[in-house]
Design a binder for this molecule. Structure first.
Ligand SMILES: NC(=O)c1ccc[n+]([C@@H]2O[C@H](COP(=O)([O-])OP(=O)(O)OC[C@H]3O[C@@H](n4cnc5c(N)ncnc54)[C@H](OP(=O)(O)O)[C@@H]3O)[C@@H](O)[C@H]2O)c1
Length: 215
């Protein structure tokens, strides 16, 4: 357990002030974002960030079948400057996207060169590499295999739920997050640049010390 002094120092770095820059039409419990769910220990937090359909899929036929500029903006802002954990397939799909990020790419392929970033052979190796960089948050970008493998060690989930059903595709392990605490949520209705409405929720693990181990 941290002292109050440490918690204050830590939380000033952690607070997601980017949320205040949104002009979401309907913002509920936004003030909770800045107070509840603060980490009470000084260690690296693991956050999963994902966008899924109402029926729990993050992609169909190898691609994400929606274009939501406000969600992309949120995703960019959340990830800016951060150390990222990403599966080799998603990393290759996002080629050219990484700028001020440090992507840690997991792959079983020997000698894989991640540029930018670093390739590692195991999830534990990825977590150790991130810890060694001294960061207080590691952000997991997916895809499906990586979300499934890291859900059990996550502290936070930043989840966009898109108001559409895909009926199949790459699943998101939603069941792993039942019982998690919603810290805040924003609702974005459809408009002329967003074919689907969506919500962005921040959820926190009520038992963050009970992590499973990565494989
Ligand atoms: N909507 C969203 O939020 C979102 C986010 C990200 C991605 N996506 C979508 O998700 C899809 C990709 O997901 P995916 O599940 O097919 O692939 P993925 O998770 O991006 O990458 C899978 C690859 O990661 C490596 N890997 C997985 N587990 C590993 C482990 N335990 N140790 C070492 N390496 C490991 C393997 O690479 P090697 O084959 O090189 O060994 C594996 O083939 C795409 O369609 C993408 O568009 C959606």
């Amino acid at each position: 357990m941290m002292s109050n002094v440490n918690l204050e120092k830590f939380s000033s770095r952690f607070l997601p002030n980017y949320l205040e820059r949104y002009s979401a039409v309907n913002v509920k419990r936004i003030s909770d974002c800045t107070l509840a769910g603060l980490p009470t220990r000084l260690r690296m937090e693991i956050t999963l960030i994902a966008a899924m359909s109402e029926d729990g899929f993050i992609a169909r036929d190898g691609r994400i079948p929606w274009h939501l500029p406000r969600d992309i903006q949120h995703f960019r802002e959340y990830c800016a400057g951060k150390t990222l954990l990403i599966g080799r397939k998603t990393f290759e799909q996002m080629n050219g996207w990484f700028q001020d990020h440090f992507p840690i790419v997991v792959t079983r392929r020997a000698g894989y060169a991640a540029d930018p970033g670093r390739a590692v052979a195991t999830l534990d190796g990825a977590v150790e590499l991130a810890r060694g960089r001294g960061v207080d948050e590691l952000v997991v970008l997916g895809g499906g295999e990586i979300f499934a493998a890291t859900a059990g060690m996550a502290d936070r989930l930043v989840l966009t739920t898109v108001q559409t059903k895909l009926g199949g595709g790459t699943p998101f392990p939603v069941q792993e997050f039942s019982g998690w605490k919603e810290i805040c949520a924003q609702i974005f209705p459809p408009d002329n640049t967003h074919a689907f409405g969506f919500t962005i929720q921040h959820l926190s693990n009520p038992n963050p010390n009970h992590h499973h181990h990565a494989t």
